[in-house]
Structure formats: structure tokens, C-alpha cells
Design a protein around this ligand. Structure first.
Ligand SMILES: O=C(O)CCC(=O)C(=O)O
Ligand SMILES: [Fe+2]
Length: 177
């Protein structure tokens, strides 16, 4: 898998990250909302782990950003299928080609929606990429700007780019550590 992802040079580091990381399972419940156009179940965000695997019920609500913030595509639930999201740590470990996906959840006017989520936050993936273990120097800095750009679009915050030596701090904040 790591060869397909173009991260073969950091195979050992990646395995170590996964071993040292954790696995989370969550269930999200979004009750029916009488005025769904006035709120969101989850605001725009990207997941901080390597991969997120989502199990949706038959009520739609998940939307994925496309066209560099141009619009939102509805991810229609498909019986028996799971949705796999690339997370921030995988974007950093792949040095960019695999971009974590900005997504949000809308609430439904008539029905409650329940979703299962499993995520692998990894260990200190951000710290390693910041140290240049995985290749192109400078990508970590690019991720800072990119990530701030997303936050700015999604949450109306204006944040300055972080210096590269603070990369691990930023990842820890994203990870809630
Ligand atoms: O409920 C969903 O489909 C997505 C949930 C989600 O994005 C999350 O838990 O991070
Ligand atoms: Fe998410």
C-alpha cells in the first residue's frame, strides 16, 4: 500500500506510526431538525488521522467539498458500502498527493441519522513529516498554509502560517492532544 501511495521511503516510519497510534470508533447521531437549513450536524472539517471509514445509514447528510471550495457534493448512502476519507496524517505522510478531504454533515428535516466512524490517528506522523523523513522538504510548511486556508474557508478564521518547527504543535492541536 505504501508503494501505491508513493511513501515507500518512509515505510518503517509509517508502520511505527501505525503501531504507536490508536484506533477510535465512534457513533454519531444527528436528530431530525425542524429547520435543517439553519444549522449543520457537523461544520466543515478534515479528519486528522490516516484514514476514516464511515458507515452511513440510509439517511443522507454527508457532503464533500469539491472545486477548491466551490461547492458541496452529497455522498449518497449506498447499502453495504463504506465511505473512506483520507485524513490529515496521510496527506502529510504522502507528501501531498493524497489530500485529506474537507467534509461536513447536514441534518435531516424529518429523520434522525446515525453513522459509525472508525479512525486511526496514527502516532506522531506530523512530527515525522515536519522533520523531512518522508521526502520533499517544505511540504510540511505547505500543509500549514493549506490547512489554514481550509480553516479560513470553513470556519471564518484568519490564522498566520506556522513556522515549520511548530508543525508538531499544530498536529497535536488538530488531534486534540
Ligand atoms: O456522519 C458522517 O457521515 C460523517 C461524520 C464525520 O465526519 C466525523 O465523525 O468526523
Ligand atoms: Fe469527519
Amino acid at each position: 500500500m505504501e508503494a501505491a501511495l508513493g511513501i515507500v521511503r518512509c515505510r518503517d516510519a509509517l508502520l511505527e506510526e501505525c503501531d504507536g497510534g490508536s484506533q477510535m470508533m465512534m457513533v454519531n447521531c444527528f436528530p431530525a431538525c425542524p429547520e435543517p437549513e439553519l444549522t449543520l450536524g457537523m461544520p466543515p472539517h478534515s479528519d486528522f488521522g490516516l484514514l476514516t471509514i464511515l458507515l452511513q445509514d440510509e439517511v443522507s447528510g454527508l457532503e464533500v467539498s469539491y472545486g477548491d471550495g466551490g461547492g458541496w457534493a452529497v455522498v449518497e448512502p449506498l447499502a453495504g458500502a463504506v465511505v473512506v476519507n483520507v485524513g490529515d496524517h496521510l496527506e502529510i505522510l504522502s507528501n501531498g498527493p493524497y489530500r485529506s478531504v474537507l467534509h461536513r454533515v447536514r441534518v435531516n428535516g424529518r429523520r434522525a441519522r446515525v453513522g459509525g466512524v472508525t479512525a486511526q490517528p496514527g502516532g506522531g506522523a506530523g512530527d515525522r513529516a515536519g522533520g523531512g523523513v518522508c521526502g520533499r522538504a517544505g511540504h510540511a510548511a505547505a500543509v500549514h498554509g493549506h490547512r489554514h486556508g481550509r480553516l479560513r474557508r470553513g470556519q471564518a478564521q484568519v490564522l498566520p502560517p506556522l513556522p515549520q518547527d511548530q508543525h508538531h504543535l499544530f498536529i497535536n492541536i488538530l488531534s486534540g492532544r
